[in-house]
Design a protein around this ligand. Structure first.
Ligand code: ADP
Length: 511
């Protein structure tokens, strides 16, 4: 199939979180299964021309916006061998240091930037002549694409027979903006109703994507079930309920070519399930890098995370305080985020010198060293659509302690020291007490060397690979594509719809 994968971030070009990892790994896994996949994303300032071999393709790209038209360029990179990446370049919108914010607050023109991107992605497909069978959209930043596809582009034969898929990586971020920006979309004002794009009198990008896409997916089965409830659906629970017949949970995978202690270039010693000794050297290197005592016996716990309320990092800091007082525990944090939470960790560092290390910032290499050097990985999220670090941790023999929510609940199996089964620890209620007790229990297990070795082995054996996940996406694509090819606006089968035209060259003569 021909798949256009639209996203606001993809590794290694631009990454703020798990979406970037998925936006690399899933297209590559699909391409390896024989599909023709293109990634379409904005060209941010950080996407270096030289490093990624960007070259302009085609002429200027006209993108209708508001009362007029903006001009952009489409650049191509072949940096990922299996998947060409098309970047939409517009300096005013994307030539900035941040993706969505300046490090403190969200950019004031995010509505305009991503309306432009949604429209630009469809225009770029036409301009490059890549006729998609599936347009796969990811999170709110691409939420208007399914809306455009079913409205302004409905009669456009270029897209005839193509289907859209909307994947929700995190429903906590919906792209909600004041109604005054709506005119920029050029969509019919009649769509701005409570049954459509309006959301408490504002416009909601994600809601648009959910309502108009041919299929909706999210990144774990448990999160799919949770989204239909008010606690997790964030005022869109009724919309998730409404689309439930075309809503699927497909759990993310891990790119084991990048996350593997046997070959990881970022760690000082390699190790495997059979020969785990190298982990000790990684542990020491991590203690040194984080400026804490090189203590070979203290259990070393840590997190690599956006330091946000969603991730439960506030409760973690509170639970760590008595734990550090009661136990010979060490803790290291790699992350950036909300200052009020970071302050609590800074306070721990002050109270427990030599036992708490903080690296405030983003560092890919250090994140690998953390996975390899830690004994325990802490992930007490309030909600977690899928979560990747718990799975990365397992591969490195680092035992996750997670809250039983979303993908964390789907992937972590509670350790049972009688049957010796399980790959981690989990707890239900996010309270300081529950977290304290679970970490304390895990520390007890850590000191029981033989069963700890077995637990590490179990974790290292766990596999959730993209090649399996890609098969699930493929089945879903085939089903929605078949349905789209036999549908007209009255739901009447229309088998012959548009395939011959779609095959013709689409490249417009360039001015
Ligand atoms: P989310 O997408 O909600 O932030 P995930 O667990 O799905 O959470 O994915 C987070 C990804 O971002 C992981 O690959 C993680 O290692 C990475 N990450 C998060 N914060 C940092 C950081 N400060 N430095 C390096 N990598 C980070």
């Amino acid at each position: 199939m021909k798949i256009a994968f639209t996203t606001s971030e993809a590794y290694p070009f631009a990454k703020t979180g798990g979406l970037a990892d998925v936006s690399n790994a899933l297209p590559v896994a699909l391409a390896r299964r024989g599909h023709d996949v293109r990634i379409i994303m904005p060209r941010y300032y950080m996407v270096d021309r030289e490093r990624y071999g960007l070259r302009v393709i085609g002429g200027p790209l006209g993108v209708p916006l508001g009362g007029g038209e903006k001009w952009a360029a489409v650049l191509e990179s072949r940096h990922i061998p299996e998947v060409p990446v098309y970047f939409i370049e517009h300096d005013l919108y994307f030539g900035r240091d941040g993706l969505y914010d300046d490090g403190h607050s969200a950019y004031a023109d995010n509505a305009e930037r991503f309306i432009f991107f949604c429209r630009g992605a469809l225009q770029a497909l036409k301009d490059t002549g890549f006729v998609p069978d599936i347009i796969h959209c990811n999170d709110w930043q691409t939420g208007l694409i399914p809306v455009y596809h079913k409205t302004l582009y409905k009669e456009d034969r270029f897209f005839g027979g193509s289907a859209t898929v909307m994947t929700v990586h995190n429903a906590g971020y919906q792209g909600v903006f004041p109604a005054e920006h709506y005119h920029l979309t050029q969509l019919d004002p009649g769509l701005f109703t409570d049954d459509g794009l309006a959301f408490f009198n504002q416009m909601n990008f994600l809601k648009g994507g959910l309502l108009y896409a041919d299929a909706v997916t999210t990144v774990s089965r448990k999160y799919a079930a949770e989204l239909g409830t008010p606690e997790f659906g964030y005022d869109l629970a009724d919309v998730f309920q409404k689309v439930k017949d075309r809503f699927h949970g497909i759990t993310n995978g891990v790119d084991y070519s990048k996350w593997n202690p046997e070959s990881d270039p970022f760690i000082p010693a390699r190790y495997s399930r059979e020969k785990i000794d190298g982990k000790r050297a990684c542990r020491e290197a991590l203690q040194q890098r984080m400026g804490i005592e090189i203590d070979p016996t203290a259990p070393l716990a840590g997190s690599i995370s956006r330091v946000t309320y969603q991730k439960g990092m506030d409760v973690l800091a509170d639970a760590l305080r008595p734990l550090l007082a009661d136990e010979n525990l060490q803790f290291v944090l790699l992350g950036q985020g909300e200052e009020w939470i970071l302050d609590r960790f800074r306070e721990l560092k002050r109270l427990f010198p030599g036992r708490v290390g903080i690296f405030r910032g983003y560092d890919e290499g250090l994140s690998h060293l953390m996975e390899a050097g830690l004994d325990l990985y802490l992930m007490p999220s309030r909600y977690e659509p899928c979560g990747l670090n718990q799975m990365y941790s397992m591969r490195y023999g680092t035992i996750p302690i997670v809250r039983a929510t979303g993908g964390l609940d789907d992937t972590v199996l509670e350790w049972d020291d009688k049957s010796l089964r399980g790959n981690g620890f989990k707890f239900a209620e996010l309270t300081e007490k529950a977290l304290y007790e679970k970490i304390r229990y895990a520390i007890r297990c850590f000191y029981t060397t033989r069963s700890w070795k077995k637990l590490q082995k179990n974790a290292m054996e766990f596999r959730y690979s993209w090649s399996d996940t890609a098969v699930e996406y493929e089945k879903m694509y085939e089903a929605v594509y078949a349905a789209a090819a036999t549908r007209d606006e009255h739901g009447v089968p229309e088998k012959s719809r548009s395939r011959p035209d779609r095959a013709k060259g689409r490249r417009k003569p360039k001015p």
